[in-house]
Design a protein around this ligand. Structure first.
Ligand SMILES: [Zn+2]
Ligand SMILES: [Zn+2]
Length: 335
C-alpha cells in the first residue's frame, strides 16, 4: 500500500509498504481523509519517536477487515477514529476520564498513522459516521472533539464573557463549541489576519489583533469587564502569562496549547486574584459522540476550518510548505 513515511526531520517520502494485519480486538481501516495537525508538524520538524514512521491521526475511513474477536462492525462501515486509544479498564477510564488513561496510546504517534491507504486501530477507537457527513468533514471531528473536551473545563453560562487566545484549529474548535453551548460573548485574539477572519465567520463576537491593539483596553471596551474565562490555545509562555493577567478576578484560565517551555512566574498575582487554572488535553468518547451529532445536525461550518484539500502524493511537499508558513488552518489529505 502507499504510505507517507517520515524518514527523519523534514524528510518525508511516499513509499510502498505492507498492509498491516489487524490483531486481536483490532480493525483494519481503509483511510479516506486525514487532517494535518499541529502534532504532525511537531514530529515533521523534530523527527518522530520511531524512524521510518507514518504520521496522521485525524482520520475518517471505512472498515476493511476485522481482527480476531471483533464484533459489532461490518466491512464498508464509515467511521471516524478517536486517535487517543484508551484501555477502558484502568481506574481513570472507569471514571470516564479516558484522556487520562494510564495505558493510553495515540494513532500516528505510538501506532502507525493514517497518512497511508490502510491503518489499523483498536475496535474501541471507532465511531460511526452518519451518512449525511462527508468523509472530508468527518476528518474534522477529532479537532472539534478537542474543542468540546476543552469547554467541559469551564462552567458555562450564556452571559459568560470569554476570551480565546490563539485561533488555530484548536482555538477555533473551542470557539465553535462555545457558540453551540450558547455563549454569546467570545472574543478571539490572534496575530494572523486569516485566523481572525475565520473566527468571525465561526461566530466570534469580536476579534483582536494583539500586534497592533492594546488587548486589555480592547477587552474593556468590548466586554465592559475582563473575561471570566480565558482559553489559552497558543502554548507559549508569553500567552499563558497573558491569560493569567487578563482573566477577571476569581476567573478561570484553561490552558489548551501544548507548551514545552519553562515559565518563570511570581504566583502571588494568581493568588491575589484567586484564579482557577485548568489544563486540557486529548478527548474522551463523549467528545466524539457529541461532535458527531453537531456535524450530523449541520451545526458546524466545516468549510470555514478547511483551508485546503490535498492528495497523499502532495503531502511531503505540503508538509515542507506548512513548516514555513502558518496561513492554513486545517489541511485535509484525501488518501
Ligand atoms: Zn490532532
Ligand atoms: Zn485506561
Amino acid at each position: 500500500m502507499k504510505a507517507a513515511i517520515l524518514l527523519d526531520a523534514h524528510s518525508m517520502i511516499i513509499e510502498d509498504v505492507p498492509v498491516p494485519e489487524p490483531g486481536e480486538g483490532e480493525v483494519l481501516l481503509k483511510a479516506h481523509s486525514c487532517g494535518i495537525c499541529g502534532t504532525d508538524m511537531e514530529f515533521y520538524e523534530n523527527g518522530a519517536y520511531n524512524p521510518h514512521w507514518t504520521l496522521g491521526h485525524e482520520c475518517s475511513a471505512t472498515v476493511e477487515k476485522l481482527g480476531p474477536g471483533v464484533k459489532g462492525w461490518q466491512p464498508g462501515e464509515r467511521v471516524v477514529v478517536n486517535d487517543l486509544f484508551s484501555c477502558g479498564e484502568c481506574d481513570f477510564c472507569k471514571r470516564g476520564l479516558e484522556s487520562l488513561c494510564a495505558n493510553a496510546a495515540n494513532l500516528g504517534i505510538h501506532w502507525p498513522g493514517a497518512f497511508a491507504e490502510y491503518t489499523k486501530v483498536p475496535q474501541r477507537a471507532l465511531f460511526r459516521l452518519p451518512e449525511n457527513v462527508s468523509m472530508r468533514d468527518g476528518a474534522l471531528i477529532p479537532t472539534l472533539a478537542v474543542g468540546h473536551h476543552v469547554i467541559k473545563q469551564a462552567h458555562l453560562e450564556p452571559d459568560l464573557k470569554t476570551l480565546i487566545i490563539g485561533a488555530g484549529p484548536v482555538g477555533l474548535s473551542v470557539l465553535a463549541a462555545l457558540k453551540i453551548a450558547g455563549v454569546r460573548e467570545v472574543v478571539v485574539s490572534d496575530i494572523n489576519e486569516k485566523s481572525r477572519r475565520i473566527a468571525k465567520q465561526l461566530g466570534a463576537s469580536a476579534v483582536i489583533d494583539p500586534t497592533t491593539e492594546d488587548v486589555p483596553e480592547r477587552l474593556e471596551a468590548l466586554l465592559g469587564a475582563q473575561p471570566r474565562v480565558v482559553f489559552e490555545a497558543v502554548g507559549k509562555p508569553g500567552t499563558i502569562l497573558e491569560s493569567m493577567d487578563t482573566v477577571e478576578r476569581g476567573g478561570t484560565v484553561v490552558i489548551v496549547g501544548n507548551c514545552f517551555e519553562e515559565i518563570t512566574v511570581n504566583p502571588i498575582t494568581w493568588i491575589l486574584k484567586e484564579i482557577r487554572i485548568h489544563a486540557s488535553q486529548g478527548t474522551a468518547s463523549d467528545d466524539f459522540t457529541t461532535t458527531i451529532g453537531w456535524m450530523e445536525t449541520g451545526r458546524i461550518d466545516a468549510t470555514a476550518f478547511i483551508t485546503r484539500t490535498i492528495s497523499l502524493d502532495e503531502l511531503p511537499g505540503v508538509m515542507q510548505e506548512l513548516s514555513a508558513q502558518k496561513e492554513d488552518i486545517k489541511v485535509i489529505v484525501n488518501i
